[in-house]
Design a binder for this molecule. Structure first.
Ligand SMILES: *[C@@H]1O[C@H](CO)[C@@H](O)[C@H](O)[C@H]1NC(C)=O
Ligand SMILES: *[C@@H]1O[C@H](CO)[C@@H](O)[C@H](O)[C@H]1NC(C)=O
Length: 202
């Protein structure tokens, strides 16, 4: 039999459970809130976008438009700066990649041997301010700022985000031994909370 006192304490219990529930919901959304595309301004000031080196000395990376951060489905755009003597690992990915060099000069190493066992000795190209180049799908490559003084700044566009990167320790490492890094450094935080692809047609 429920008397008034019992009902009162049941109400109290429901109330405290409800508060606990709200607290859990609030904490989990607060944690992923920087990954939400809701309420993002359409025009964004690049200077105010988050930038980080993701533990890689000499790197500054900004995801200008990304899958995790901005809900991009087919392309992703990065703005990256490499200090003298820094660069990317030797790596490959099965997406297209276009570079626009905004500042500085550097060396592109690229081995177009995806049908042999390992990349082998790469071809070298000097890249310079206002130059552009693209990396064919699955070609092992590395961009290295070989200039002694000036930063290298590039705008990078990739297809099919988020990027799946296979990293080589050297040019003689077999393609099959290259190590998958996924999600890639800057995709780690927002990968889990990525919004599932919405319908394309109206
Ligand atoms: C962009 O952000 C920078 C740094 O906060 C600021 O100095 C600059 O005025 C901003 N540009 C515009 C057009 O708001
Ligand atoms: C890059 O090339 C374009 C086309 O010639 C030119 O308009 C632009 O000013 C150049 N930019 C720089 C930074 O040299």
């Amino acid at each position: 039999m429920a008397d008034a006192e019992d009902i009162g304490s049941t109400m109290e219990m429901i109330e405290s459970l409800w508060i606990l529930f709200l607290a859990i919901v609030f904490c989990s959304t607060a944690d992923a809130s920087h990954c939400s595309i809701d309420g993002l301004p359409l025009v964004r000031n690049i200077t105010e976008l988050p930038q980080d080196n993701y533990g890689r000395p000499g790197l500054s990376h900004i995801t200008v438009a990304g899958a995790g951060l901005h809900g991009m489905k087919e392309v992703e755009v990065w703005l990256q700066t490499f200090a003298p003597g820094s660069g990317t690992p030797i790596h490959r990915h099965s997406c297209e990649e276009v570079f626009v060099v905004l500042k500085g000069s550097a060396t592109l190493y690229i081995a177009s041997n995806s049908n042999t066992k390992y990349p082998g000795k790469p071809s070298e190209f000097r890249i310079f301010s206002n130059s552009t180049f693209h990396i064919p799908v699955n070609d092992a490559h590395q961009v290295w700022n070989t200039d002694e003084h000036e930063d290298l700044q590039v705008l990078v566009i990739i297809s099919r985000p988020p990027v799946k990167v296979f990293i080589y320790e050297d040019w003689l490492m077999p393609h099959t031994a290259a190590k998958l890094k996924f999600p890639y450094y800057w995709d780690e935080k927002c990968y889990e909370s990525r919004v599932p692809a919405a319908k394309d047609e109206l």
